[in-house]
Ligand binder design. Sequence first.
Ligand SMILES: [Zn+2]
Length: 317
Amino acid sequence: MNLNDFKNTAVCHDIEKRRLGHSLLLLSRDTYALEQYAKFLVSALMCVGEGKPCGVCSECKKCQHGNNVDVLYYPRSNKNMNSAEINELIEATFSAPYEADKKVFVISNANGIDAGMQNKLLKTLEEPPHNTFFILTATEDNNILPTIKSRCRIVRVPRIADPEIAEALKASGVAENIIPLAIEYCDHNCALAKKYAENPDFADLVALVEDIFTNFRKSWQMLDYASKLYAYNENFEDVIEIFLNVIARAVALLSGAGDANDSLALTVAREFSVDCLINLNRECLGFVEKRRRNCNFNSLIDSFLFTILEVRHRWPV
Ligand SMILES: [Zn+2]
């Protein structure tokens, strides 16, 4: 999304007409898209130029660089917002803005704030001081209290188009040759594409997953594939994301959607039935759950590879 796309959103029109509610909850799996949208939003609120956000006035510039004194960002570290920060935020809502006529609080990863602290925040969201805005962002909303959600305007942030992801990756300084592959596997998630492109093992990992989908048919191959996958212990989330991505692309093709030029998805769609893929998808999600409970990575890999053989046998093409 660029500045002009944002200017065409209902949210931006409401800012222009001074009828934006006090609290918004921005949702997207892509933390890059969330950050970018929040930046446009605070710029539009603070802009002193024509056609908000103009992108060139002093306030817009400050908002783009995150140094507008009347825009406060929480949490202050990579950790979830803690009780001291909640108290500080509530306290800060009572003091007047320094330079602008309004104050904006941007609260990232709202899904990570525990229920007790969300309740504390709720009172402030229910009766906000005049000209105070709250922008909450989250990659999912399953832990956000319904009472908080009901006070917020919920905005599903649009996905970022591939050419824009390529530009963002170039600007972040990653090697250009890895960009197309990172985009192919990121499912329009710019933050994920960036994470992939920064991982020196990403191309090898993709090649391994493609090899498994294409050539793994017999139990005697298991040991070889397992020992290769064991090496990705530290990147297990990437391993699963890549498996899920290939499964989703093949299922899309088998259901009549998808990209007919996607050669890997075509191969997988020939090798696996829809039932097979649905079961593999479930297994991948179960893998993530078990890993969170600290199950042994190598035995999870063994069981995952065994499942691939099993589903192929049970639901043949
Ligand atoms: Zn401006």
